[in-house]
Design a protein around this ligand. Sequence first.
Ligand SMILES: Nc1ncnc2c1ncn2[C@@H]1O[C@H](COP(=O)(O)OP(=O)(O)O)[C@@H](O)[C@H]1O
Ligand SMILES: [Mg+2]
Length: 267
Amino acid sequence: MSHIQFKNVSKSFEIKVAGRAQTNHALNNVSFDIEQGEIVALAGPSGCGKTTALRIIMGLESATSGAVLANNRQITGCGHDRGMVFQHAELLPWKSALENVKFALSMKGVAKADLDATAMHYIDLVGLGHAKDRRPHQLSGGMKQRVGIARALAIDPDVLLMDEPFGALDSQTRETLQMEVLAIHARTPKTIIFVTHDIDEAVLLADRVVVMYGGEVKEIIPVNIARPRQDIRAIRTNPEFMNKRTMIWEALHDAAPPIVTSARKSA
Ligand SMILES: Nc1ncnc2c1ncn2[C@@H]1O[C@H](COP(=O)(O)OP(=O)(O)O)[C@@H](O)[C@H]1O
Ligand SMILES: [Mg+2]
């Protein structure tokens, strides 16, 4: 039994542009399975349906046709078994960084006595100990994103969904958190589905990389690097790492429309 199953999933949005009805097709007949404990990366150009796929798994959107199952049951809404790091952290503006994490933990039913220590552990993990009492408007974009990551990790869901979680971070923090995701996964092999534009990040973290284009799955590329993945140098020099980053680059490159660099007119 696969943990998450996409069965012929299509999703369209009806919108109005300048008063005219229009249909946006975000996903078109998408089918794939994600195994329990697997890390899967979704990659593809902007607008190809990656966020929509995550939001359907989270229960924030429903499919127009087809079905998405978790543990063989159709997903009909949000639940504590799934947690999401959004592309732009959505924090409670009146609560501090620490309180945002504590609030999420209390919603999950964590005992009051454990709230402070657990929340502080994850705030420290993302390097925000010094800013724990700041409210969201007093944090930079990258810091807010780190609070969102701390919150999702603290809740410790069975399925962790991450939408370009590290995109706005400096490379040092990004690498720390990538290695932390691998360490958490080694301790408790949860199912992780994340969106990234960074090919190296996809190969470093994922068991399989799903390359999407125009709302469809174009290719699924497995990454056969043994777990636990702890030694960043060993991973990056592994021939499999080199091969797969080339293969993914080619799949993305082939999928992308040609880049128009200039529109020079000949005489
Ligand atoms: N709430 C929405 N209303 C209308 N169109 C949407 C909505 N969400 C996404 N779309 C459209 O669906 C397509 C896929 O969007 P999205 O899943 O956000 O792509 P990605 O995350 O890969 O950039 C895009 O064409 C986008 O404009
Ligand atoms: Mg997106």
